[in-house]
Design a protein around this ligand. Structure first.
Ligand code: ARG
Length: 589
């Protein structure tokens, strides 16, 4: 079952335009800095490094000392600056205590009543108090991009998973997200594939890998086949209808191969998001002409190139001497299309870090051509590292072949079924299968998303399906466990409950719940979903701390209701977070 995008059910109360704690502190510090020094500076508010000192801290005093000294001509030091900021800070209701530590860190301890009121405000809000952005943008996200007549490989898997999570987060912020699947469906290899198809009949395509290899072998061994292939490419590119339909057949066959993977993964990519390389075919000549006319590109040894890194470095080639276009030409056409026709404010690419040089050259060429209107449209590359096997080498099957992704996903589900059956033998087979799908696929996705994307990561079924540690099953289990409390509580109505938070465990959990909005903004900025994984993992452990120390169902009525509401808020935060990662959360496990 594909996961639906995070829904915005009918908002119960009018949308709560609540500012996050971070935002409110940011404003208060800015105002204080303004009042003290007449300056507008980023107060650098973050979580306190040490909870002993407070909940949030500002590190601005260190940098500000020099600026203020220069401005006034009087020597000052960070601690004095911190003192002055503190004396102007208006945090009456928000803070219990403001202290200065070390060289000049300003620590804020939040007031419990204020925190309780903040949490109460979001209790009936489906967005958990995270307001939609007031600066709505059109964000194009380019991810997945498998190649025609080839198996999708693990690099495409990472791209698909990471791109999907990023697109969900940015969409949740209230932006207009346009997903683009830039499939590799054009280029000279099609001559060879069509020649193979016409020589051997379509039955051969069923196994794409075999089909591709056999075409390649014919091409390498047989000059007649080579000549025929070249002719076919020309015919395809000039629009010959018969050749075009053979091409279409190969594209569709490949789609039949990757669509089930998308469906099983539960990603939001649709066939209608496909804008493959072929889509830009008719626009390539014009791109080259425009770049020549603007004197950004030039002729060099018969080819057309852009010397992006200077004349002594390898250029971006946009047209070969035989007139053919390349990967980079298509990407330039795609950028122009995305800016001019899709009206993108931001274009994000989540692809393998080995394409860094390519995207860097393409982006700078687009900048030179002023398509990005001097940086007004942001081109962003969010690269990721290589997926490794447990031996630390690039991920391969035992026989050394590339792994068929569908087999990988199926294996995850099979292994997850064993885990579920051990844990919960009394559930029906149907239920166990359903849960195993959520855990298996969730496990694969989470293992990928929870690491800083830039590093390589080791793929291990045992680790990703473990019920403890920073894994999907651990979080899914935490969610299901909270839901089970409600089954025991016999569906009490807690919608009108007043929160009463007293224990430090309750307060720590409340503070954490209120931080989700910060995390969403952080991911949208840095394009790193692992921040959300870390956040959810901490949510689960703060919940455990609370649950072990604060009885819920056994408590006296008002405390019980308040704690049930806190449980509910935790579960909803977990569910929303997992939704944003594209990970299912069964009610029972
Ligand atoms: N087909 C490419 C590959 O397999 C990925 C496409 C990336 N997107 C892009 N706009 N170039 O490496």
């Amino acid at each position: 079952m594909p996961i639906s995008p995070p829904r915005c059910r009918k908002i119960v109360a009018a949308t709560i335009a609540m500012l996050s704690i971070h935002h409110q502190l940011d404003q208060a510090f800015r105002a204080a800095i303004g009042a003290a020094f007449g300056l507008d500076a980023d107060p650098m508010v973050g979580l306190s490094q040490n909870e002993k000192f407070g909940d949030y801290q500002s590190n601005v005093a260190m940098g500000l000392a020099k600026i203020v000294s220069d401005k006034t001509g009087q020597k000052t030091n960070p601690r004095q600056i911190a003192e002055q900021i503190k004396s102007h800070l208006k945090l009456d209701k928000i803070a219990d205590e403001i202290t200065i530590a070390g060289p000049g860190f300003i620590n804020v301890k939040l007031n419990s009543n204020w925190l309780t009121a903040q949490l109460q405000q979001i209790a009936n809000d489906d967005r958990l108090g995270i307001p939609p952005t007031t600066d709505k943008q059109t964000v194009v996200i380019d991810y997945s991009g498998p190649n025609i007549a080839k198996q999708m490989h693990v690099g495409h898997l990472r791209s698909t998973i990471i791109g999907d999570a990023i697109s969900r987060v940015i969409e949740f912020q209230g932006n207009n997200v346009i997903r683009q699947n830039h499939i590799g469906d054009w280029g000279t290899q099609f001559g060879m594939l069509i020649a193979e198809l016409s020589g051997n009949g379509s039955a051969q395509i069923a196994d794409l890998e075999v089909f591709y290899r056999s075409a390649k072998k014919h091409f390498d061994d047989d000059t007649d086949f080579q000549n025929k292939s070249r002719e076919l490419v020309v015919m395809l590119q000039s629009g010959d209808s018969q050749i075009r339909s053979a091409w279409q057949q190969i594209v569709e066959e490949t789609r039949r191969h990757y669509q089930p993977i998308y469906r099983q993964l539960g990603v939001l990519l649709q066939t209608s998001d496909e804008r493959g390389e072929s889509f830009y075919n008719g626009k390539l000549a014009d791109v080259v002409n425009e770049l020549l006319k603007k004197e950004i590109a030039q002729k060099s040894e018969g080819a057309v190139v852009v010397f992006v890194d200077g004349r002594d470095k390898s250029p971006l080639i946009i047209q070969k001497s035989d007139g053919g276009y390349l990967y980079g030409t298509t990407d330039l056409a795609a950028i122009r299309y995305r800016i001019n026709e899709l009206h993108a404010n931001r274009i994000i690419y989540t692809h393998d870090s080995r394409q860094a040089q390519h995207f860097s050259q393409v982006f700078r060429t687009a900048d030179k051509a002023s398509w990005t209107r001097h940086g007004e449209v942001k081109l962003e590359y969010a690269p990721f590292g290589t997926m490794l096997g447990e031996d630390g080498k690039p991920f391969k099957s035992r026989s050394g072949d590339t792994i068929k992704l569908i087999d990988l996903l199926n294996e995850a589900e099979t292994r997850a079924l064993k885990v579920v059956t051990e844990k919960n033998p009394e559930l029906s087979e149907e239920k166990r299968n359903e849960i195993a799908k959520s855990i298996g696929i969730g496990g694969i996705k989470y293992a990928d998303l929870s690491k800083d994307r830039i590093s390589d990561y080791v793929f291990s079924f045992d680790k990703m399906l473990a019920l403890d540690g920073n894994t999907a099953p651990y979080l899914q289990y935490a969610y299901a466990r909270i839901r089970s409390i409600f089954r025991k509580a016999n569906s009490e109505d807690i919608s009108k409950t007043s929160l009463k938070l007293e224990s430090p465990f309750e307060l720590a959990l409340a503070k954490h719940i209120l931080r989700l909005g910060e995390i969403v903004d952080l991911i949208a900025r840095e394009l790193k979903p692992h921040h959300l994984c870390t956040y959810l993992y901490e949510l689960a452990s703060k919940f455990s701390g609370f649950y072990e120390n604060c009885p819920v169902l056994q408590s006296e009525a008002t405390v019980r209701a308040s704690r049930l509401l806190l449980c509910d808020l935790t579960a909803r935060t977990m569910a929303l977070g997992l939704d944003l990662l594209g990970i299912e959360h069964p009610e029972q496990m």
